[in-house]
Design a binder for this molecule. Structure first.
Ligand code: PTJ
Length: 243
């Protein structure tokens, strides 16, 4: 058991959540590697939501509120880390929830659906082969999407994503919003809105923003990404003084 007094309690507890979800067959083994990468990058951003991430969250809230058919795409890590937030966000926006996975085995989708339903979700897309469609320009299992979900969506929220599907979604003329602690990743660079923050912090803030009536404001993802890289540099410079 992790003692609550441990200085890195939250981080260790999150790690434990992922490991337990791996043991229950929700998270891929590769998902544990992704989490490790995320933890390292979170140190670089200072383990707090930056100004640029707040700007991206605000733009994401406006875009989601004004979408005709918004879809929240869920993978193993996202389900394990943010199940209550996924359900809350889908309720506030009237957004669909669709499971879309990179790694096998095939029964992982069903396990995640069961877990989300147990957490309060009503309808889960991505598990019915009768409504399965294929996205063009992508060869991984992520190409399989639901006719009534991602296939017909105008805005898709794709956290902790791989670059191939982000590119395919953009080619299919969808607006892509992502959470990615790596501002240099292909997904971060390709998405319309990249929230460079830990999904466990940013989802809570996105929910708060989505509850408010958002006004349209200017948003340039390239500039926001550039700002987030500068913020990392600034944080490292500040930390270097105490090394
Ligand atoms: O469940 P599956 O099969 O769909 O697989 C999910 C993973 C995450 C394993 C899969 O999409 C994958 O391999 O992703 P990547 O290519 O490792 O990319 C994940 C990105 O998310 C990386 O840039 C990580 O730094 C970042 N990341 C990891 N943890 C977090 C994160 N970003 C925000 N919050 C996190 N907690």
């Amino acid at each position: 058991m992790i003692p609550k007094s441990h200085p890195r309690f939250i981080s260790l507890q999150t790690r434990e959540k992922l490991v337990n979800a791996f043991d229950s067959g929700l998270v891929a083994m590769e998902g544990l590697i992704a989490q490790g990468r995320g933890e390292a990058l979170d140190y670089l951003v200072g383990e707090k939501t930056s100004k640029s991430a707040r700007k991206a969250i605000s733009a994401a809230a406006y875009t989601l509120q004004n979408a005709k058919n918004p879809v929240i795409s869920v993978n193993g890590n996202f389900a394990a880390l943010c199940a209550p937030e996924i359900i809350k966000l889908s309720r506030i926006l009237g957004a669909k929830i669709e499971i879309n996975l990179f790694y096998g085995p095939k029964n992982r989708k069903k396990k995640i659906a069961k877990f989300l339903k147990k957490s309060g979700a009503k309808e889960i897309l991505g598990i019915n082969s009768k409504s399965a469609k294929k996205l063009n320009g992508i060869d991984s299992d992520r190409r399989v999407v639901d006719r009534d979900g991602i296939y017909s969506a105008d805005v898709v929220l794709v956290p902790l994503e791989d670059g191939d599907r982000t590119i395919a979604l953009k080619k299919a003329r969808k607006k892509v919003i992502t959470f990615d602690l790596n501002p240099l990743s292909r997904t971060a660079q390709t998405a319309d809105i990249t929230i460079v923050d830990n999904v466990t912090r940013a989802m809570k803030l996105l929910i708060i923003d989505c509850k408010k009536k958002k006004a349209k404001s200017r948003y340039n993802n390239k500039k926001v990404l550039s700002k987030s890289i500068s913020e990392i540099r600034k944080n490292l410079k500040w930390r270097a003084q105490f090394a």
